[in-house]
Design a protein around this ligand. Structure first.
Ligand SMILES: Cc1cc2nc3c(=O)[nH]c(=O)nc-3n(C[C@H](O)[C@H](O)[C@H](O)COP(=O)(O)O)c2cc1C
Ligand code: SF4
Length: 473
Protein backbone atom coordinates (compact mmCIF):
# COMPACT_ATOMS: atom_id res chain seq x y z
CA UNK A 1 0.00 0.00 0.00
CA UNK A 2 1.29 3.48 -0.69
CA UNK A 3 1.41 6.02 2.06
CA UNK A 4 -0.14 8.97 0.32
CA UNK A 5 3.28 10.51 -0.23
CA UNK A 6 4.07 9.23 -3.71
CA UNK A 7 4.87 11.87 -6.36
CA UNK A 8 1.71 10.92 -8.27
CA UNK A 9 -0.45 11.41 -5.19
CA UNK A 10 1.24 14.74 -4.45
CA UNK A 11 0.32 15.81 -7.99
CA UNK A 12 -3.24 14.74 -7.32
CA UNK A 13 -3.44 16.77 -4.16
CA UNK A 14 -2.01 19.78 -5.99
CA UNK A 15 -4.78 19.32 -8.57
CA UNK A 16 -7.33 19.30 -5.76
CA UNK A 17 -8.23 15.62 -6.12
CA UNK A 18 -8.89 13.59 -3.03
CA UNK A 19 -8.94 9.85 -3.69
CA UNK A 20 -11.44 9.26 -0.93
CA UNK A 21 -14.11 11.71 -2.14
CA UNK A 22 -17.01 11.28 -4.48
CA UNK A 23 -15.32 13.83 -6.76
CA UNK A 24 -12.85 11.14 -7.71
CA UNK A 25 -12.95 10.83 -11.52
CA UNK A 26 -12.41 7.07 -11.20
CA UNK A 27 -15.80 6.83 -9.55
CA UNK A 28 -17.74 9.19 -11.77
CA UNK A 29 -20.17 7.33 -14.04
CA UNK A 30 -19.28 7.01 -17.70
CA UNK A 31 -22.04 7.58 -20.23
CA UNK A 32 -21.88 5.86 -23.58
CA UNK A 33 -24.56 6.45 -26.19
CA UNK A 34 -26.48 3.33 -25.08
CA UNK A 35 -25.05 2.48 -21.68
CA UNK A 36 -24.06 4.14 -18.41
CA UNK A 37 -21.53 2.46 -16.12
CA UNK A 38 -20.89 3.29 -12.48
CA UNK A 39 -17.14 3.89 -12.64
CA UNK A 40 -14.21 4.14 -15.01
CA UNK A 41 -12.59 0.77 -14.35
CA UNK A 42 -13.38 -2.09 -16.73
CA UNK A 43 -12.26 -5.64 -16.11
CA UNK A 44 -10.37 -6.33 -19.31
CA UNK A 45 -10.89 -9.53 -21.25
CA UNK A 46 -9.22 -12.44 -19.52
CA UNK A 47 -10.21 -16.01 -19.16
CA UNK A 48 -9.03 -19.51 -18.72
CA UNK A 49 -10.40 -22.76 -20.02
CA UNK A 50 -13.27 -22.83 -17.57
CA UNK A 51 -16.01 -24.35 -19.70
CA UNK A 52 -16.97 -27.56 -21.43
CA UNK A 53 -15.38 -28.94 -24.56
CA UNK A 54 -18.52 -28.38 -26.62
CA UNK A 55 -18.64 -24.65 -25.84
CA UNK A 56 -21.36 -24.80 -23.19
CA UNK A 57 -20.66 -22.63 -20.15
CA UNK A 58 -19.95 -23.88 -16.65
CA UNK A 59 -20.51 -22.45 -13.16
CA UNK A 60 -16.73 -22.07 -12.88
CA UNK A 61 -16.87 -19.17 -15.34
CA UNK A 62 -19.64 -17.59 -13.30
CA UNK A 63 -17.49 -17.91 -10.18
CA UNK A 64 -14.60 -16.35 -12.05
CA UNK A 65 -16.57 -13.32 -13.22
CA UNK A 66 -18.18 -12.80 -9.80
CA UNK A 67 -14.75 -12.29 -8.23
CA UNK A 68 -14.42 -9.06 -10.21
CA UNK A 69 -18.02 -7.91 -9.86
CA UNK A 70 -17.63 -8.17 -6.10
CA UNK A 71 -14.28 -6.41 -6.28
CA UNK A 72 -15.91 -3.18 -7.46
CA UNK A 73 -15.30 -2.88 -11.22
CA UNK A 74 -18.08 -1.01 -13.02
CA UNK A 75 -18.04 -3.29 -16.05
CA UNK A 76 -16.71 -6.70 -16.98
CA UNK A 77 -15.71 -7.21 -20.59
CA UNK A 78 -15.77 -10.94 -21.17
CA UNK A 79 -12.90 -12.95 -22.51
CA UNK A 80 -12.76 -14.26 -26.06
CA UNK A 81 -16.22 -15.66 -26.89
CA UNK A 82 -16.14 -17.50 -30.24
CA UNK A 83 -19.06 -16.67 -32.52
CA UNK A 84 -18.52 -19.98 -34.29
CA UNK A 85 -16.62 -23.15 -33.32
CA UNK A 86 -14.23 -22.65 -36.24
CA UNK A 87 -13.18 -19.35 -34.63
CA UNK A 88 -12.15 -20.64 -31.23
CA UNK A 89 -8.53 -20.49 -30.12
CA UNK A 90 -8.62 -23.28 -27.57
CA UNK A 91 -11.34 -25.67 -26.50
CA UNK A 92 -13.17 -25.04 -23.20
CA UNK A 93 -14.15 -21.43 -23.79
CA UNK A 94 -17.90 -20.79 -23.62
CA UNK A 95 -19.18 -19.87 -27.08
CA UNK A 96 -22.13 -17.93 -28.51
CA UNK A 97 -22.42 -19.99 -31.67
CA UNK A 98 -26.09 -20.92 -31.39
CA UNK A 99 -29.27 -19.97 -29.57
CA UNK A 100 -28.94 -22.75 -26.98
CA UNK A 101 -26.05 -20.78 -25.50
CA UNK A 102 -28.24 -17.83 -24.52
CA UNK A 103 -29.41 -19.43 -21.28
CA UNK A 104 -25.91 -19.71 -19.84
CA UNK A 105 -24.99 -16.12 -20.67
CA UNK A 106 -28.28 -14.86 -19.22
CA UNK A 107 -27.47 -16.66 -15.95
CA UNK A 108 -23.97 -15.20 -15.92
CA UNK A 109 -25.22 -11.68 -16.69
CA UNK A 110 -27.85 -11.79 -13.97
CA UNK A 111 -25.31 -12.91 -11.36
CA UNK A 112 -22.95 -10.12 -12.34
CA UNK A 113 -25.76 -7.53 -12.35
CA UNK A 114 -26.57 -8.40 -8.72
CA UNK A 115 -23.36 -6.51 -7.87
CA UNK A 116 -24.24 -3.38 -9.83
CA UNK A 117 -21.72 -4.37 -12.48
CA UNK A 118 -22.37 -4.37 -16.24
CA UNK A 119 -21.34 -7.18 -18.56
CA UNK A 120 -20.14 -6.78 -22.15
CA UNK A 121 -19.50 -9.84 -24.30
CA UNK A 122 -16.40 -9.94 -26.50
CA UNK A 123 -17.46 -11.40 -29.87
CA UNK A 124 -14.44 -13.18 -31.28
CA UNK A 125 -12.95 -15.26 -34.05
CA UNK A 126 -9.32 -16.38 -34.02
CA UNK A 127 -8.83 -16.73 -37.77
CA UNK A 128 -5.40 -18.27 -38.27
CA UNK A 129 -4.19 -17.43 -34.75
CA UNK A 130 -5.12 -20.34 -32.50
CA UNK A 131 -3.38 -22.11 -29.62
CA UNK A 132 -4.92 -25.57 -29.48
CA UNK A 133 -7.23 -26.61 -32.27
CA UNK A 134 -10.14 -28.89 -31.54
CA UNK A 135 -10.24 -32.27 -33.23
CA UNK A 136 -13.33 -31.43 -35.25
CA UNK A 137 -11.92 -28.28 -36.91
CA UNK A 138 -8.20 -28.78 -37.50
CA UNK A 139 -8.16 -26.17 -40.30
CA UNK A 140 -8.02 -22.44 -39.62
CA UNK A 141 -9.51 -19.85 -41.95
CA UNK A 142 -8.54 -16.21 -42.22
CA UNK A 143 -7.91 -13.58 -44.87
CA UNK A 144 -4.62 -15.18 -45.85
CA UNK A 145 -3.20 -18.65 -46.46
CA UNK A 146 0.21 -17.44 -45.28
CA UNK A 147 1.60 -19.30 -42.32
CA UNK A 148 1.81 -17.32 -39.07
CA UNK A 149 5.47 -16.57 -38.40
CA UNK A 150 6.03 -17.29 -34.68
CA UNK A 151 4.25 -20.57 -34.03
CA UNK A 152 3.83 -21.55 -37.66
CA UNK A 153 0.04 -21.71 -37.47
CA UNK A 154 -1.40 -22.86 -40.76
CA UNK A 155 -4.40 -21.22 -42.42
CA UNK A 156 -6.60 -21.21 -45.49
CA UNK A 157 -7.82 -18.02 -47.13
CA UNK A 158 -11.57 -17.41 -46.78
CA UNK A 159 -13.48 -16.98 -50.03
CA UNK A 160 -16.10 -14.26 -50.26
CA UNK A 161 -18.97 -16.61 -49.34
CA UNK A 162 -17.06 -17.61 -46.20
CA UNK A 163 -16.47 -13.95 -45.34
CA UNK A 164 -20.17 -13.18 -45.75
CA UNK A 165 -21.09 -16.11 -43.52
CA UNK A 166 -18.62 -14.88 -40.87
CA UNK A 167 -20.18 -11.40 -40.97
CA UNK A 168 -23.51 -13.15 -40.33
CA UNK A 169 -21.99 -15.17 -37.45
CA UNK A 170 -20.97 -11.93 -35.69
CA UNK A 171 -24.43 -10.41 -36.18
CA UNK A 172 -26.03 -13.56 -34.75
CA UNK A 173 -23.63 -13.45 -31.80
CA UNK A 174 -24.69 -9.86 -31.04
CA UNK A 175 -28.37 -10.81 -31.29
CA UNK A 176 -27.83 -13.66 -28.82
CA UNK A 177 -25.91 -11.42 -26.41
CA UNK A 178 -28.79 -8.96 -26.44
CA UNK A 179 -31.33 -11.75 -25.99
CA UNK A 180 -29.32 -12.88 -22.95
CA UNK A 181 -29.84 -9.46 -21.34
CA UNK A 182 -26.18 -8.50 -21.51
CA UNK A 183 -25.22 -4.83 -21.61
CA UNK A 184 -23.35 -4.76 -24.90
CA UNK A 185 -20.84 -6.43 -27.15
CA UNK A 186 -17.23 -5.78 -28.06
CA UNK A 187 -15.60 -6.84 -31.31
CA UNK A 188 -12.26 -8.49 -30.64
CA UNK A 189 -10.54 -6.57 -33.39
CA UNK A 190 -7.13 -6.54 -31.69
CA UNK A 191 -4.10 -8.68 -30.92
CA UNK A 192 -3.75 -10.69 -34.10
CA UNK A 193 -7.12 -12.40 -34.28
CA UNK A 194 -9.39 -12.44 -37.34
CA UNK A 195 -10.15 -8.70 -37.53
CA UNK A 196 -6.47 -7.79 -37.07
CA UNK A 197 -5.58 -10.24 -39.84
CA UNK A 198 -7.86 -8.31 -42.19
CA UNK A 199 -6.82 -4.86 -40.95
CA UNK A 200 -3.06 -5.36 -40.80
CA UNK A 201 -0.94 -4.38 -43.79
CA UNK A 202 1.63 -6.91 -42.52
CA UNK A 203 -0.76 -9.87 -42.65
CA UNK A 204 -3.51 -9.22 -45.19
CA UNK A 205 -2.21 -10.21 -48.65
CA UNK A 206 -5.56 -10.42 -50.43
CA UNK A 207 -5.97 -9.06 -53.90
CA UNK A 208 -9.76 -8.69 -53.85
CA UNK A 209 -11.90 -5.93 -52.31
CA UNK A 210 -10.87 -7.07 -48.78
CA UNK A 211 -7.14 -6.48 -49.32
CA UNK A 212 -4.75 -3.79 -50.47
CA UNK A 213 -5.73 -0.28 -49.38
CA UNK A 214 -6.65 0.54 -45.78
CA UNK A 215 -10.21 1.11 -46.94
CA UNK A 216 -10.33 -2.41 -48.38
CA UNK A 217 -8.69 -3.97 -45.32
CA UNK A 218 -11.27 -2.27 -43.10
CA UNK A 219 -14.17 -3.50 -45.24
CA UNK A 220 -14.69 -6.70 -43.24
CA UNK A 221 -14.97 -5.05 -39.82
CA UNK A 222 -17.20 -2.28 -41.16
CA UNK A 223 -19.49 -4.89 -42.75
CA UNK A 224 -19.66 -6.63 -39.37
CA UNK A 225 -20.55 -3.38 -37.58
CA UNK A 226 -23.30 -2.60 -40.10
CA UNK A 227 -24.65 -6.16 -39.93
CA UNK A 228 -24.79 -5.95 -36.12
CA UNK A 229 -26.62 -2.64 -36.27
CA UNK A 230 -29.13 -4.10 -38.73
CA UNK A 231 -29.60 -7.11 -36.46
CA UNK A 232 -29.81 -5.50 -33.01
CA UNK A 233 -30.74 -1.90 -33.82
CA UNK A 234 -29.08 1.33 -32.83
CA UNK A 235 -29.77 1.19 -29.11
CA UNK A 236 -27.47 -1.64 -28.02
CA UNK A 237 -23.92 -0.91 -26.86
CA UNK A 238 -21.25 -1.92 -29.37
CA UNK A 239 -17.54 -1.26 -28.89
CA UNK A 240 -14.40 -2.35 -30.71
CA UNK A 241 -11.07 -3.37 -29.18
CA UNK A 242 -8.30 -2.47 -31.59
CA UNK A 243 -4.54 -2.74 -31.74
CA UNK A 244 -3.65 0.90 -32.24
CA UNK A 245 -0.18 -0.01 -33.51
CA UNK A 246 0.76 -3.42 -34.94
CA UNK A 247 4.46 -3.44 -33.88
CA UNK A 248 4.48 -6.51 -36.12
CA UNK A 249 8.30 -6.63 -36.21
CA UNK A 250 8.73 -6.60 -32.43
CA UNK A 251 9.97 -10.20 -32.24
CA UNK A 252 11.24 -10.79 -35.78
CA UNK A 253 12.82 -7.46 -36.83
CA UNK A 254 12.84 -8.39 -40.54
CA UNK A 255 9.03 -8.61 -40.65
CA UNK A 256 7.02 -5.56 -41.87
CA UNK A 257 5.92 -3.14 -39.14
CA UNK A 258 2.25 -3.31 -40.05
CA UNK A 259 -0.39 -0.72 -39.20
CA UNK A 260 0.63 2.61 -37.71
CA UNK A 261 -1.28 4.82 -35.32
CA UNK A 262 -2.34 6.98 -38.28
CA UNK A 263 -3.93 3.92 -39.94
CA UNK A 264 -5.78 3.09 -36.73
CA UNK A 265 -6.99 6.65 -36.19
CA UNK A 266 -8.62 6.46 -39.62
CA UNK A 267 -10.13 3.03 -38.87
CA UNK A 268 -11.57 4.37 -35.60
CA UNK A 269 -13.18 7.29 -37.43
CA UNK A 270 -14.80 4.84 -39.83
CA UNK A 271 -15.93 2.64 -36.94
CA UNK A 272 -17.58 5.62 -35.28
CA UNK A 273 -19.35 6.57 -38.51
CA UNK A 274 -20.56 2.98 -38.91
CA UNK A 275 -22.15 2.96 -35.45
CA UNK A 276 -19.56 1.86 -32.88
CA UNK A 277 -20.13 3.42 -29.43
CA UNK A 278 -16.62 3.16 -27.92
CA UNK A 279 -13.05 2.20 -28.73
CA UNK A 280 -10.95 -0.04 -26.47
CA UNK A 281 -7.28 0.61 -27.21
CA UNK A 282 -4.75 -2.22 -27.12
CA UNK A 283 -1.60 -2.95 -29.10
CA UNK A 284 0.26 -5.61 -31.09
CA UNK A 285 -0.44 -7.71 -34.18
CA UNK A 286 -0.27 -11.02 -32.32
CA UNK A 287 -0.96 -12.51 -28.91
CA UNK A 288 0.99 -12.62 -26.76
CA UNK A 289 3.20 -9.76 -27.89
CA UNK A 290 6.12 -8.15 -26.03
CA UNK A 291 3.92 -5.07 -25.49
CA UNK A 292 0.71 -6.96 -24.64
CA UNK A 293 0.52 -8.20 -21.99
CA UNK A 294 3.79 -6.38 -21.45
CA UNK A 295 6.33 -7.81 -19.06
CA UNK A 296 8.49 -10.80 -18.44
CA UNK A 297 8.20 -13.96 -20.57
CA UNK A 298 8.38 -16.92 -18.15
CA UNK A 299 10.21 -19.44 -20.32
CA UNK A 300 10.27 -22.02 -17.51
CA UNK A 301 6.46 -22.10 -17.51
CA UNK A 302 6.36 -22.14 -21.32
CA UNK A 303 8.59 -25.23 -21.22
CA UNK A 304 5.86 -26.95 -19.19
CA UNK A 305 2.81 -25.79 -21.11
CA UNK A 306 3.97 -25.29 -24.69
CA UNK A 307 3.96 -29.04 -25.34
CA UNK A 308 0.22 -28.63 -25.85
CA UNK A 309 0.98 -26.64 -29.02
CA UNK A 310 3.40 -29.03 -30.67
CA UNK A 311 0.75 -30.70 -32.78
CA UNK A 312 -0.98 -27.40 -33.66
CA UNK A 313 1.81 -25.44 -35.25
CA UNK A 314 4.52 -26.08 -37.78
CA UNK A 315 7.15 -24.46 -35.54
CA UNK A 316 5.65 -25.99 -32.36
CA UNK A 317 8.41 -28.54 -31.82
CA UNK A 318 11.14 -26.00 -32.60
CA UNK A 319 9.71 -23.54 -30.07
CA UNK A 320 9.29 -26.27 -27.47
CA UNK A 321 12.97 -27.17 -27.84
CA UNK A 322 13.94 -23.49 -27.56
CA UNK A 323 12.00 -23.19 -24.28
CA UNK A 324 13.67 -26.35 -22.93
CA UNK A 325 17.29 -25.55 -23.86
CA UNK A 326 19.07 -23.17 -21.41
CA UNK A 327 21.15 -21.21 -23.99
CA UNK A 328 18.24 -20.87 -26.43
CA UNK A 329 15.91 -19.85 -23.60
CA UNK A 330 18.19 -16.95 -22.75
CA UNK A 331 18.34 -15.95 -26.42
CA UNK A 332 14.54 -16.00 -26.65
CA UNK A 333 14.20 -13.94 -23.50
CA UNK A 334 16.66 -11.42 -24.87
CA UNK A 335 14.72 -11.15 -28.15
CA UNK A 336 11.40 -10.76 -26.31
CA UNK A 337 12.87 -8.33 -23.79
CA UNK A 338 14.21 -6.00 -26.50
CA UNK A 339 10.76 -4.55 -27.14
CA UNK A 340 8.94 -5.09 -23.87
CA UNK A 341 9.18 -2.13 -21.49
CA UNK A 342 10.72 -2.71 -18.06
CA UNK A 343 8.27 -3.16 -15.20
CA UNK A 344 8.43 0.54 -14.20
CA UNK A 345 7.20 1.62 -17.63
CA UNK A 346 4.39 -0.85 -18.25
CA UNK A 347 1.57 1.00 -16.52
CA UNK A 348 -0.27 3.02 -19.17
CA UNK A 349 2.07 2.08 -22.02
CA UNK A 350 -0.72 2.46 -24.61
CA UNK A 351 -1.90 5.83 -23.31
CA UNK A 352 -0.13 7.84 -26.06
CA UNK A 353 -2.07 5.82 -28.66
CA UNK A 354 -5.33 6.24 -26.75
CA UNK A 355 -4.74 10.00 -26.65
CA UNK A 356 -4.29 10.14 -30.43
CA UNK A 357 -7.48 8.17 -31.01
CA UNK A 358 -9.46 10.16 -28.46
CA UNK A 359 -8.57 13.38 -30.25
CA UNK A 360 -9.90 11.95 -33.53
CA UNK A 361 -13.27 10.53 -32.40
CA UNK A 362 -16.15 11.79 -30.28
CA UNK A 363 -17.05 8.43 -28.71
CA UNK A 364 -15.46 7.34 -25.37
CA UNK A 365 -12.06 5.65 -25.39
CA UNK A 366 -10.98 2.93 -22.95
CA UNK A 367 -7.30 2.10 -22.60
CA UNK A 368 -5.70 -1.18 -21.53
CA UNK A 369 -2.15 -1.95 -20.42
CA UNK A 370 -0.72 -2.38 -16.95
CA UNK A 371 -3.01 -0.08 -14.95
CA UNK A 372 -3.00 -0.64 -11.20
CA UNK A 373 -2.37 2.72 -9.53
CA UNK A 374 -5.31 5.01 -8.72
CA UNK A 375 -3.35 8.22 -9.19
CA UNK A 376 -2.12 7.12 -12.63
CA UNK A 377 -5.66 6.22 -13.74
CA UNK A 378 -7.07 9.44 -12.34
CA UNK A 379 -4.52 11.48 -14.23
CA UNK A 380 -5.14 9.61 -17.50
CA UNK A 381 -8.83 10.50 -17.23
CA UNK A 382 -8.47 14.11 -16.07
CA UNK A 383 -5.81 14.87 -18.67
CA UNK A 384 -8.12 13.53 -21.38
CA UNK A 385 -5.95 10.62 -22.54
CA UNK A 386 -8.89 8.23 -22.16
CA UNK A 387 -12.32 8.02 -20.54
CA UNK A 388 -11.73 4.80 -18.66
CA UNK A 389 -9.16 2.05 -18.22
CA UNK A 390 -9.38 -1.71 -18.46
CA UNK A 391 -7.35 -4.08 -16.32
CA UNK A 392 -6.69 -7.80 -16.68
CA UNK A 393 -3.65 -9.23 -14.83
CA UNK A 394 -3.68 -6.47 -12.28
CA UNK A 395 -7.19 -7.53 -11.21
CA UNK A 396 -6.27 -11.21 -11.31
CA UNK A 397 -3.59 -10.34 -8.78
CA UNK A 398 -5.96 -8.18 -6.72
CA UNK A 399 -9.60 -8.90 -7.46
CA UNK A 400 -10.69 -6.15 -5.03
CA UNK A 401 -8.42 -3.42 -6.38
CA UNK A 402 -11.30 -1.05 -7.23
CA UNK A 403 -12.70 -1.40 -3.72
CA UNK A 404 -9.21 -0.58 -2.42
CA UNK A 405 -9.18 2.57 -4.59
CA UNK A 406 -12.59 3.49 -3.18
CA UNK A 407 -11.10 3.12 0.30
CA UNK A 408 -8.41 5.67 -0.55
CA UNK A 409 -5.55 3.31 -1.41
CA UNK A 410 -3.35 4.23 -4.33
CA UNK A 411 -2.18 0.65 -4.94
CA UNK A 412 -2.71 -2.84 -3.60
CA UNK A 413 -0.32 -4.01 -0.88
CA UNK A 414 1.03 -6.67 -3.27
CA UNK A 415 0.69 -5.36 -6.82
CA UNK A 416 0.89 -7.46 -9.97
CA UNK A 417 4.55 -7.84 -11.00
CA UNK A 418 3.74 -8.35 -14.72
CA UNK A 419 5.53 -11.72 -14.55
CA UNK A 420 3.03 -13.22 -17.04
CA UNK A 421 2.93 -16.57 -15.25
CA UNK A 422 -0.89 -16.39 -15.30
CA UNK A 423 -0.79 -16.03 -19.07
CA UNK A 424 1.54 -18.90 -19.87
CA UNK A 425 -0.06 -21.27 -17.35
CA UNK A 426 -3.48 -20.82 -18.86
CA UNK A 427 -2.98 -23.23 -21.77
CA UNK A 428 -2.86 -26.15 -19.35
CA UNK A 429 -3.67 -24.96 -15.84
CA UNK A 430 -6.51 -22.96 -14.26
CA UNK A 431 -6.23 -19.22 -14.67
CA UNK A 432 -5.10 -17.35 -11.56
CA UNK A 433 -2.06 -15.58 -10.14
CA UNK A 434 1.02 -17.81 -10.15
CA UNK A 435 3.54 -15.29 -8.80
CA UNK A 436 4.55 -17.19 -5.68
CA UNK A 437 6.28 -14.24 -4.08
CA UNK A 438 2.96 -12.42 -3.84
CA UNK A 439 1.73 -15.04 -1.39
CA UNK A 440 2.83 -16.10 2.10
CA UNK A 441 3.15 -19.69 0.93
CA UNK A 442 2.78 -21.88 -2.15
CA UNK A 443 -0.29 -23.44 -0.53
CA UNK A 444 -1.92 -20.02 -0.32
CA UNK A 445 -1.21 -19.42 -4.01
CA UNK A 446 -2.67 -22.79 -5.00
CA UNK A 447 -5.74 -22.15 -2.86
CA UNK A 448 -6.28 -18.82 -4.65
CA UNK A 449 -6.01 -20.49 -8.09
CA UNK A 450 -8.41 -23.27 -7.14
CA UNK A 451 -10.93 -20.98 -5.41
CA UNK A 452 -12.76 -20.60 -8.70
CA UNK A 453 -13.88 -24.22 -8.45
CA UNK A 454 -15.64 -23.67 -5.13
CA UNK A 455 -19.31 -22.64 -5.06
CA UNK A 456 -19.30 -18.86 -5.02
CA UNK A 457 -22.72 -18.26 -3.66
CA UNK A 458 -23.70 -19.04 -0.05
CA UNK A 459 -25.58 -22.37 -0.01
CA UNK A 460 -28.32 -20.71 2.12
CA UNK A 461 -28.98 -18.14 -0.62
CA UNK A 462 -29.10 -20.95 -3.16
CA UNK A 463 -31.61 -22.80 -1.02
CA UNK A 464 -33.74 -19.67 -0.65
CA UNK A 465 -33.93 -19.39 -4.40
CA UNK A 466 -34.74 -23.10 -4.52
CA UNK A 467 -31.75 -23.73 -6.78
CA UNK A 468 -28.88 -26.13 -6.72
CA UNK A 469 -25.54 -25.26 -8.30
CA UNK A 470 -25.85 -26.66 -11.82
CA UNK A 471 -23.16 -28.83 -13.40
CA UNK A 472 -23.62 -27.05 -16.70
CA UNK A 473 -25.84 -24.13 -17.57
C1 LIG B 1 -4.30 -14.78 -19.48
C2 LIG B 1 -4.75 -13.64 -20.34
C3 LIG B 1 -5.84 -13.82 -21.18
C4 LIG B 1 -6.28 -12.77 -21.98
N1 LIG B 1 -7.37 -12.98 -22.77
C5 LIG B 1 -7.80 -11.96 -23.56
C6 LIG B 1 -8.96 -12.14 -24.36
O1 LIG B 1 -9.61 -13.19 -24.34
N2 LIG B 1 -9.34 -11.09 -25.14
C7 LIG B 1 -8.65 -9.90 -25.17
O2 LIG B 1 -9.04 -8.98 -25.88
N3 LIG B 1 -7.56 -9.72 -24.41
C8 LIG B 1 -7.13 -10.71 -23.60
N4 LIG B 1 -6.05 -10.50 -22.80
C9 LIG B 1 -5.41 -9.14 -22.79
C10 LIG B 1 -6.00 -8.33 -21.62
O3 LIG B 1 -7.37 -8.12 -21.79
C11 LIG B 1 -5.33 -6.97 -21.44
O4 LIG B 1 -5.72 -6.11 -22.48
C12 LIG B 1 -3.81 -7.05 -21.36
O5 LIG B 1 -3.42 -8.13 -20.54
C13 LIG B 1 -3.22 -5.76 -20.78
O6 LIG B 1 -3.80 -5.44 -19.55
P1 LIG B 1 -3.12 -5.80 -18.12
O7 LIG B 1 -1.75 -5.20 -18.16
O8 LIG B 1 -4.03 -5.15 -17.11
O9 LIG B 1 -3.07 -7.28 -18.01
C14 LIG B 1 -5.60 -11.52 -21.96
C15 LIG B 1 -4.51 -11.34 -21.10
C16 LIG B 1 -4.09 -12.37 -20.30
C17 LIG B 1 -2.93 -12.11 -19.36
S1 SF4 C 1 0.92 -14.23 -12.36
FE1 SF4 C 1 0.11 -12.73 -10.92
S2 SF4 C 1 1.71 -11.16 -10.66
FE2 SF4 C 1 2.22 -12.39 -12.49
S3 SF4 C 1 1.32 -11.18 -14.19
FE3 SF4 C 1 -0.19 -12.72 -13.59
S4 SF4 C 1 -1.49 -11.70 -12.08
FE4 SF4 C 1 0.37 -10.46 -12.29
Amino acid sequence: MTTGNSPAEATDRAAGLDPATAEDPIFSPLEFRNLTVKNRVFRSNISGRFDNYDGSGSPVRINWELKFARGGVGTIISSFVPVVIEGRIVPNYATIDHDDRIRFWRELGERVHEHGCKFIMQLSHGGRQRDIVGFERPTSFGPTAQIERIHGLRANAMDSAHIKQTVRDFADGARRARAAGLDGVELHSANGYLFTQFLSSAINDREDEYGGSLENRARFILEVVRAIRTEVGDDFHLQAKISAVDHNNAVLPWEPRGNTINDSVQVCRWLEEAGVDAIHVSTGSMFPHPRNPAGFFPVDVAAQTYGAMISTARFGLRNYIVFRTPGLRRLFQWIWGRTTPDADHIEGLTLPDARRIKKAVSIPVICTGGFQTASVIRRAITEGDCDGVSMARTLVANNDLVNLFAGGHDQAPRPCTYCNRCLIHTLQNPLGCYEEKRFDSREEMVEQVLSVYRPSWPPEAEAERGEAAPATV
